[in-house]
Design a binder for this molecule. Structure first.
Ligand code: ATP
Length: 292
């Protein structure tokens, strides 16, 4: 995605988000998300329209995500994959239907605790013009304050697991390096490098649910393989929603859910879906053709 369309997407989301804000509320005295989550998430007939639009982005969507399960969402551009992850993180609420977490409507939980439980690395992940360590700890400022002068161990560990620490040789000031283009002494990163920083953020939060939206799109093949290995390690025993157009990545999910126009058309594992000769098989075949 080029810079302009990425920014347009971000602004569109921001306006939509502001318009929606009155409805995204945290009920007073609401309980936090249970730790650990025991039953998981259930999408019950969820439909969603972005504010100010007529089209359904998600339509009568059903999904069960159990603890320890890794689900891949697959479908063509605009099928609704990213929107589903936004509903899971409560950036939006369903227009119709509901999302249950451990049997209770997601809207009944403390909002901050929902956002904390769901670690999201979106397609349009955020690049902050601030220090490397602050970029990883963003929203968790107490982590930065916790260890005096040195780099807090939790930040270093997150950077190591996400491979963000491989950027250090390029950063003259190490963890204190200012990133981005806004400052004269700032070091700008490539798309793939920013994604490693975004991954480190999720690792640091130790989120109960991990959402990776096209996580490796901008990484080179070797880095992709390494992140993939670590992602499998990180998500072991944890819930994950994975969105990718690459079938090599999608195959590692326990279950693959195929979307069209915001609804589920097929679900199963890779072999089952290929044998079914439906939409999944068609998309897979198209990609295989592209490689030939
Ligand atoms: N902020 C927004 N405002 C209005 N419509 C939106 C917004 N974001 C997405 N949409 C629309 O909602 C539908 C679903 O989009 P979504 O991004 O969820 O699809 P996707 O499956 O993730 O696509 P892709 O593979 O291209 O990322 C599309 O028709 C899209 O144009």
């Amino acid at each position: 995605m080029n810079g302009v369309s990425e920014q347009a997407l971000y602004l569109g989301d921001l306006f939509a988000f502001l318009e929606m804000r009155p409805t995204i509320v945290s009920p007073p005295g609401a309980p936090p998300v249970p730790t650990p989550i025991r039953e998981g998430f259930v999408f019950e007939g969820v439909s969603f329209r972005y504010p100010g639009t007529e089209r359904w982005a998600v339509r009568d969507f059903h999904l069960v995500l159990r603890p320890g399960e890794r689900i891949a969402l697959v479908g063509e551009n605009g099928a609704g994959k990213t929107t589903i992850t936004k509903l899971l993180a409560r950036l939006y609420d369903p227009t119709e239907g509901r999302i249950l977490l451990d049997g209770r409507d997601l809207r009944e939980y403390d909002l901050a605790s929902v956002r904390g439980a769901v670690g999201v690395i979106f397609q349009d992940f955020v690049r902050y013009d601030m220090r490397f360590d602050e970029n990883i700890a963003v929203g968790e400022i107490d982590v930065l304050a916790s260890d005096g002068d040195g780099v807090p161990a939790s930040i270093a560990a997150a950077a190591e697991r996400s491979l963000a620490d491989t950027l250090l040789p390029r950063l003259p000031a190490g963890y204190a390096q200012m990133l981005g283009r806004r400052f004269a002494d700032g070091v700008d990163l490539s798309g793939g490098e920013w994604q490693k920083v975004a991954l480190a953020r999720a690792y640091l939060r130790d989120a109960q649910v991990l959402v990776l939206d096209e996580p490796t799109a901008a990484l080179d093949a070797r880095a992709e393989y390494e992140v993939f290995l670590r992602f499998a390690e990180l998500t072991a025993g944890r819930m994950a929603l994975l969105i990718s157009h690459r079938f090599s990545t999608v195959r590692m999910a326990d279950r693959i859910v195929v979307l069209r126009h915001g609804s589920v058309v097929e679900a199963g594992d890779h072999a089952t879906l290929v044998a079914r000769r439906g939409l999944y098989a068609e998309l897979f075949e198209m990609q295989a053709e592209g490689y030939r």
